[in-house]
Design a protein around this ligand. Sequence first.
Ligand code: GLN
Ligand code: ZN
Length: 772
Amino acid sequence: MTARSAAAAARSTVYGYPRQGPNRELKKAIEGYWKGRLTADALHATAAELRRGNWRQLAEAGIEEVPTGDFSYYDHVLDTTVMVGAIPRRHRAAVEADALDGYFAMARGTQDVAPLEMTKWFDTNYHYLVPELSPETVFTAHPAKQLAELGEALTLGLSARPVLVGPVTYLLLAKPAPGVPAGFDPLTLLDRLLPVYAEILADLRAAGAEWVQLDEPALVQDRTPAELDAAARAYRALGTLTDRPKLLVASYFDRLGDALPVLAKAPVEGLALDFTEAAAANLEALAAVGGLPGKRLVAGVVNGRNIWANDLEKSLATLGTLLGLTDRVDVAASCSLLHVPLDTAPERDIDAQILRWLAFARQKTAEVVTLAKGLALGTGAISGELAANRADLAARADSPLTRDPAVRARAAAVTDADTRRCQPYAERTAAQHAHLRLPLLPTTTIGSFPQTTELRTARADLRAGRIDSAGYEKLIRAEIGEVISFQEKTGLDVLVHGEPERNDMVQYFAEQLTGYLATQHGWVQSYGTRYVRPPILAGDISRPEPMTVRWTTYAQSLTSRPVKGMLTGPVTMLAWSFVRDDQPLADTARQVALALRDEVNDLEAAGTSVIQVDEPALRETLPLRAADHPAYLAWATEAFRLSTAGVRPDTQVHTHMCYAEFGDIVQAIDDLDADVISLEAARSHMRVARELAAHGYPREAGPGVYDIHSPRVPDAAEAAALLRKGLEAIPAERLWVNPDCGLKTRAWPETRTSLENLVTAARTVRAELSAS
Ligand code: GLN
Ligand code: ZN
């Protein structure tokens, strides 16, 4: 085929669409079913209606090939587990008794049976359920869901392409089932899994699928030669089947790297590649293998995971380059549109001009269609769209929202000295101890206290105008008063105000910073029926006025013990928001850091001696490929230091992270130069304490002694035992006593007893230390 006929054949498609419905109907239906308010039949009917609605919307927008099988009641990886019959032993009886209830039991657990583990889907904020496999796993084909959804789309008269998690990615995402020796590598099950995929592919073909998409995002991560070899073997095996549909192997979230030559050689008919951030690397790698002669290339040029309008001319240029490298180029979003909200149209609070800069799933679909049309018919056919797009991009680039000269000048003037405390830790710690006069093994909490129904109701009432801000303020102050008096009575050493005024640790700050946008309906699935509305980092960031000072100083006015100020760090502010695509992340992080630095300094000036800047997202934001880690960690740790380094030596800076596995970033944690770090450790029996010690971590640390993820109350003996374990790794002078994480999801009764026990444990171990 010539480049010209390749262009003429260009088609538009997407890999997946938001599942929830325009008003989160799916969430409501599933939760209604869980509560017994809705029958299974009613749930299935709602789901089928939502799928039909999505396909109609895609088709009406001009998408020529719609995805099927991307819909899910909870998670598409769990759906794959069901599809290949890899139900964990502990869930089999429930699944056999009732497939739907068994499915939800795997996702959420029951009174007696633990759910599958949940973890982040690559570097997105979507979470999947981790497959559990063992040497005994027997795979069997259960294509009913895929077949049914394909049938539904075909019935509507649409050209449809089933989308499946590919076999290599499925195994690479799996972990050994409980009880299986850790050395077991799920990838060794590949030869057992492939025949099941073969059977499913044959069934889909028989049901009318011309193409099937196999998603292999795991191949954009660093892979060993053995893993690449497994990918080669898998696609040789599937590609040489006689009874199968055409195969499209899809990659997204990054460059394919060493996996590209492997897939280019495989006997499959098509590849899908990400041409957004990974465009340059993928283009170069494609050219290096001599293009993809004879194959269909699906070009993900519209970013499927951010919310910005596409630069159509830039995308057309990329598509034009690709025409020279293969026989057929189709246009798509870079990944499933699951990761963006549905539609910008219902947003009322965002200025109409600014709304035009944004593209949610519906708008991205339109961009894909426009680009395919431009590719097939020439730019003349889309001249109106191109002109409007050019105007919107120019308006965004010139807007006072995206270009605040004061913010830019300040960020440009930052020096290395601004990111360093004025004294080294050894001198600071002496000044802090003299100032704070804390006992050995000081006790504290991570910040939040239970978010009660009254607090949530008060916030809803404020929003709805049922109470005024004075009334709200009074309620929050009363709550702070109770939290402070409880902590004093219990005998905690460093107190917190409890964060009752915060809806969410990112949103609370985003709402007060200039440059952030908030949506009313921009829901994105986090996991299962949990949806979040990430704020949008749209412009240059500044802080018009203090954000937390009045709550912290009010709390401090109630007690003579130190009250810890509580902020969300710059990396986490980026990680849980939609970020700008018109400047490096490092620049955005620096602006946020400077705004937080002002808050930190204002807290200090108002008399706060201990200030905690939380960075729970530091590790999860690590880029997918190791080669990209150093640059990320450099700007991330610098942003943290920039926000915290402006304080006096005797002001104690804390940070907090909530995970027990950080072996790969322990140097970065050290580079934060925080005086005290609190971490999750209770479940892993203080492993982090040993890891910090092995690294030679020089400052103070509070590995958690109370697991806040369950309502279970640890007794004082248990907390003391963990503390003694911590002492084996960290000397008493540098060890803190605290829970694993904030208490906002807990109820008051268990929180009270747990913290009382924690203080008792600290006192017991202090007594042991002074006796010895
Ligand atoms: N300070 C926050 C809290 O206690 C920290 C939350 C978190 O680490 N995710 O709620
Ligand atoms: Zn935490």
